[in-house]
Design a protein. Structure first.
Ligand SMILES: [Zn+2]
Length: 254
């Protein structure tokens, strides 16, 4: 492999880890109503200010053996894992789109969807600020790639509208955050990729729900976070929607 390309991947990985490190702050602070812009990072258990050396993605966790330097409280393994995932998403975006404005666009989307996923798992809600962030990426995408406006509008309306319709039939089937998320996501992906994304989301969420029911980990009436499935499905839909749709249709000779 070309050494310059290896350097590009390395740069993507380090950059991705650093952005994901910031997303860890977002994931912690946003649901708690703490400002993201103001205030240095602090330890969640002793509230000691953290220094630059404590904040190096992944490496700080490894060197501190997963404990706070000041109070020795355990730091969740989730933090370095999220940083690692951020690095991998940056490399994946670059591998898929190369030197094009699509790379930062896809990576930005991945980071916002990652934050939505973690916050939805933690709190069963999706903060409006993050849905607005997806909206901003969707508007920026207008200048990055061409897609007929009708496809975008259909993408924004079909699934959010469908979820509102299902909610009218059976109250609270979908959370408000899930419905709001589908509007900018659909506008960004367009109806075709959004359909692939939502198909994957519903399929995987359904399998997951059946496993939970069979293992008696949940009741039929209880709710589960659907946001993570939407996020995962739609990111795959954005990257591979076209290929997946073509191979799926070819199964039926279409
Ligand atoms: Zn501490």
């Amino acid at each position: 492999m070309n050494p310059i390309l290896i350097l590009c991947y390395l740069y993507c990985f380090v950059f991705g880890c650093c952005i994901a490190s910031f997303m860890n702050v977002v994931i912690y602070r946003l649901p708690r109503g703490i400002s993201i812009a103001k205030g240095r990072s602090f330890c969640a258990s002793c509230h000691h200010m953290l220094h630059a050396i404590d904040l190096i993605p992944i490496l700080s966790y490894v060197f501190l053996k997963g404990r706070c330097r000041y109070c020795h409280a355990k730091i969740s393994i989730r933090h370095p894992l999220i940083e690692l995932v951020g690095g991998l998403f940056a490399m994946l975006s670059f591998a898929h789109y190369g030197f094009s404005p699509m790379t930062p666009l896809a990576f930005s989307l991945a980071m916002v969807l990652m934050a939505i996923t973690m916050i939805d798992i933690d709190t069963m809600t999706i903060p409006d600020q993050l849905n607005i962030a997806v909206g901003v990426i969707a508007v920026v995408s207008l200048f990055v790639y061409q897609m007929p406006l009708l496809q975008r509008i259909l993408g924004a309306l079909v699934f959010s509208g469908g979820m509102i319709g299902i909610n009218l039939l059976k109250k609270d089937s979908f959370g408000g955050g899930d419905i709001k998320l589908c509007i900018p996501l659909g506008f960004l992906l367009g109806i075709m990729n959004m359909t692939v994304g939502m198909f994957l989301a519903i399929l995987v969420a359904g399998i997951y729900a059946i496993i939970l029911l069979l293992t008696h980990n949940t009741k039929l009436q209880s709710h589960m976070a659907f946001g993570p499935f939407i996020c995962g499905g739609c990111f795959i839909g954005m990257l591979y929607g076209g290929q997946l749709a073509t191979s799926y249709l070819s199964l039926f000779g279409l």
